[in-house]
Design a protein around this ligand. Sequence first.
Ligand code: FPP
Length: 279
Amino acid sequence: MQELFATLTPGTEEWRLAGLLDPARLPAHIAVIMDGNGRWAKLRGLPRAAGHKAGVEPVREVVETCARLGLECLTLYAFSMENWKRPRAEVDTLWRLLRYYLKAELPRLARNNIRLNVIGRPDSLPAQAFRELEETIARTAGNTGLRLNLAINYGGRQELTDAVNSILSEARRKGQLAGLVVDEEAITNHLYTAGMPDPDLLIRTSGEMRVSNFLLWQIAYAELYVTETLWPDFRKLDLLRALVEYQKRDRRFGGLTMGRTHSEVTEQWAETVPAGEPA
Ligand code: FPP
């Protein structure tokens, strides 16, 4: 939080919003559906590629802000499995932008102690983009700060399918296929996001009220925040607005936890249930 304040100007709206945040209740994981690049370009009479190009700056700003806030994970939906249906030239532009981002951002990722990761089926990417992605992941593997997941060639249903197949092949390898019972923990541990907290907050830009096959399992209890702002216009100020709104929400996780966090309630519950009695 201190690190973020060092980049803000006193008296600005960003400063005021940051001052409203409770550092102890920041989300551990934010996921973002970056939408509206095409509409942003159309509004300006520009080709769609110009919208994607303008979408790089908010990626930079959101990543750096999340790192400065000390968040654990940020997941950005950069390319869905359905995006292959777009014209070839647009898809090629997206790979070019990804390569540009990886090259230009490596020093910033290092400076901010950010570890890059990819979720999805990235091996279908053009060879050069795949190689550069792998290289950047390897180069940032020792960083211990924000974990930046780029969802590339990603689909939530495909992720669940991959998780189930991975459970089956593991059981087959160990000779434990007969009588195999799959539970929630097994699925969670075989997702692309294994070992990461579930997103607490899902942000979608450009006003669409859909989850678009994104992190279907992991967003079960995420707070949804949809803004009309188109992705190329999304800045630190918009992220702070989303965080202030998130902290106003009463996260109940299906229970009656009015105004308290999940861990507070779990702790209190553990205290009120006498040892040895069924919960
Ligand atoms: C959705 O907008 C956006 C995408 C499919 C691509 C997201 C890519 C970027 C933000 C570029 C840079 C990303 C990285 C990680 C370097 P849309 O084209 O569907 O917009 P529309 O709904 O207005 O047509």
